[in-house]
Design a protein. Structure first.
Length: 115
């Protein structure tokens, strides 16, 4: 099988994968999960941003998936909520990986390069 054929087959198969084999076509940014945590604790986004000592605007962009959860923010969330920073970083890494795998232009670069 040629690399180009592999790329074509890989891209086509990715869209067909289901939750059964652990590949979801729906990306969920970790910010959505942070929002759920905020609601479950009866907090507001503004209160949590203030408690963390960060800009509400930037924090809101993270919650809405416009910015990634950085190491700094993961550690601030750990301090404020008592959740392990590695959870947020892992969720962000998983999100980044799935997003790149769904990007056909990225796949072309990844699979067509010679080792």
């Amino acid at each position: 099988m040629t690399r180009q054929r592999y790329l074509h087959d890989t891209c086509d198969n990715m869209k067909e994968k289901t939750a059964y084999n652990m590949m979801s076509s729906m990306l969920i940014h970790p910010g959505e999960m942070i929002k759920d945590e905020i609601v479950a604790r009866g907090l507001t986004q503004k209160d949590l941003a203030k408690q963390m000592g960060v800009s509400y605007t930037v924090f809101n962009e993270i919650l809405n998936g416009k910015r990634p959860v950085t190491t700094e923010y993961a550690l601030l969330l750990e301090a404020a909520l008592g959740t392990d920073a590695n959870i947020w970083l892992g969720l962000q890494a998983d999100y980044n990986m799935q997003k790149m795998k769904q990007d056909r232009s990225c796949l072309g670069i990844l699979y067509l390069r010679e080792p």
